[in-house]
Ligand binder design. Sequence first.
Ligand SMILES: [Zn+2]
Length: 460
Amino acid sequence: MSIDLQFGDAVPDATRRRMSYAAKTFAAVYGYEWDPGGARVRLCYGAEPSRATDVPLTASYRPRVMGAGPAAQYHNDALFLDNEAESFPCLHPAPYGVDWLGEIFEWIGGEAEHTTRAADELGAVPYADTLPGRFRLDPEVPWAALAMRGLNQEIRSTVPGWPEGAAIDGKPIVVATHDLDFLPVSTVASVQRGLKNFLVAVFIYRSPRLALRILRNMGRFDDFEGIVRRERDEGVQASVFVMTAKTHRRDANYRLDDPEVLRLLHKLLDAGLDIGVHGSYDSLFGGSLQNEYERLRRVGFEPLGGRQHWLRYRPQELFAQLVRAGALYDCSVGYNDQPGFRAGASFAFVPYDFANEQPFPLLEFPTVVMDATLFRLHGFDIDAAKSHVDRILRRARLYSPGSVAVVWHNTAFGGGQLPRAIGDLYWALRRPGTDWVSGKNAAMALWPSFASAGLIPYRS
Ligand SMILES: [Zn+2]
């Protein structure tokens, strides 16, 4: 199964680059061969079809002007979610049909977030300016995956025998990650952290029950090495993201030049974990994420990716710095305060570089679930939390093998910060047939599909 894309003369250069990026991502995610010039199926974007296997596409995409954009218009098509028909919101409405490539680009390219200057209290893009926020769409629907499904159906309606779904029979992947915001480097540090967790339970979560439990477990954090041993026993490969700079009070409590910390990190490396960078609070706001990667390299590690602390980022700046830092993957695209698909993606994708109108050479594994968020939403109702995550992970497997990231902080285990059951949930979420892997291994597994689609350079 091979595809390529051709444009009508009237399609402007930037639109060509963006739609090519969307089409190549579709090819990579669905496992179709991207074969310019020789493909069996030609997608015709604003171009006249001339062969039987030319698929005419609706071409209504228009670049967004700063902050502005058209309203969503609902399109009823046979797209299904949880066995129910789902109406697809067209962000680039056309009188007839849907501009599936434009819709895919809108979601994974992140144009809405790129074109807003609005900032929340962290300086990041406010929820109201993400696509689900702006258009009041359900953030727990992988809209980009639905758009890809729509495109695939459109090809099928023209080309008999075209596959019903993704040609890849790859396993779904969950990128298992732990952000290290705290390490019990001393008893004092543990008690301080315990007090902080107590205050958070009282004043932020407003949960006396959690506060009492934290008091009982004061300063007790599960031994992280034990968690790592259990992961190895259960066949989970994980990434650990380490903070290497401490310039803000919201940064982690430990320092990279502490020999105890280095000893622990080397033990984790020896145990087979992928050690990446947890970009510090100010790393993109006056700090240097590139230096944070360098620091970890200077003490003997080879970080290949990571996630921003508090998800404090603006996309263009984050990805540009990651590329300069030599990162190959990132897991920052997600929500701080709710599960969901921020870029509409339930699959790995290559972020788009608006400054150069080309893909950034790295992979994004969107983060769809965080430990603390589950407690905030469901409290001690662990069954509700579990079915919530199950739904998200089930949706991540819809229409493509899916590859998403989850984060359980090291402090989420053991009951010193969150109910012990939230830590236990990490182990309960695994399903046969889904691999739980590190960012590094996910990048190694998925890089070739995106390289052969021409989105990123080949690497050995
Ligand atoms: Zn963090």
